[in-house]
Design a binder for this molecule. Structure first.
Ligand SMILES: [Ca+2]
Ligand SMILES: [Ca+2]
Length: 268
């Protein structure tokens, strides 16, 4: 009886450690190579990975955070605040590399194919009145990295810097459609509370991509961390006062194909 209990406990600990170790390796999921360099703009500076504690103070946004972050209607890869869209994958998350695949390609994918990286591109919308363009990713999620993933996201600013998206803001609203798979929207934070920087377990909200365009309204009160990995951060306010990116990432694996559209993102 005791022996079984010990074995079960040992199993739980091993799973937890493995889970932590693997997820911990996501610290390199957002290398500079994975971040789109933008339409002629300089590549966002990914300071959070190497120096997660050098930005202890919240930078005033200098603009009204409440309102449209990006409706993509200008069909470029830059949001209304000046940051750039990008995709990312699990290539650098393990050895041998993860093999999940995302379109638009990551900078790393371009480079591995011997080509100069091209920026994230928007996709034409024909089935939502009032919208001509939206952000869309397609791809495949494999298990060469056990916790394989792909995602797309957008830095708030360029160069990357923390923005207080908490004060005076109730939550995030966006239109989405997709393939009925699960995805997780998250707000990356450069708060030093996240000990593993960009690879840590940031606040977000998981949803099922609906087959038809649907507006999701997600108050910050519904934002959570994922269970069982990363740094437990109880101060959501501190985290969201230092937001750096919004990201949309696959949940679960493998997926023979994924497709997610996101449009008209606003803070409300
Ligand atoms: Ca734009
Ligand atoms: Ca649009």
């Amino acid at each position: 009886m005791k022996k079984n209990l010990v074995l079960v406990l040992a199993g739980i600990i091993i799973v937890a450690v493995l889970s932590f170790a693997c997820d911990n390796r996501k610290v390199i999921e957002l290398t500079a190579a994975d971040i789109g360099s933008g339409g002629g703009g300089p590549a966002p500076v990914n300071t959070a990975i190497n120096t997660p504690t050098v930005t202890p103070t919240t930078e005033a946004a200098g603009f009204d955070v409440v309102g449209i972050f990006d409706d993509m209607e200008d069909n470029d890869n830059e949001n209304n605040w000046g940051g750039f869209w990008y995709t990312y994958d699990d290539y650098a998350a393990s050895t041998p590399p993860g093999s999940s695949y995302v379109v638009p390609w990551t900078d790393g994918q371009w480079e591995r194919n011997g080509m100069a990286a091209e920026p994230f591109f928007m996709t034409a919308v024909t089935d939502r009145p009032g919208s001509s363009y939206a952000a869309r990713m397609t791809g495949v999620v494999t298990t060469d990295f056990t916790y394989g993933f792909v995602g797309m996201g957008c830095s708030f600013l360029d160069p990357k810097a923390p923005v207080d998206v908490w004060t005076g803001v109730t939550g995030v609203r966006f239109w989405t459609k997709g393939d009925y798979n699960g995805y997780r929207m998250k707000i990356m934070s450069s708060s030093p509370l996240f000990l593993d920087g960009e690879g840590d377990n940031h606040f977000g909200y998981a949803f099922i991509a609906p087959p038809d365009w649907t507006q999701l309204t997600i108050p910050y009160s519904n934002f959570t961390q994922e269970p069982y990995w990363g740094t437990v951060v109880t101060d959501k306010e501190a985290a969201l006062k230092m937001g750096t990116d919004i990201q949309f990432q696959t949940v679960g694996q493998p997926h023979a194909s994924i497709e997610l559209w996101v449009d008209h993102i606003e803070f409300y």
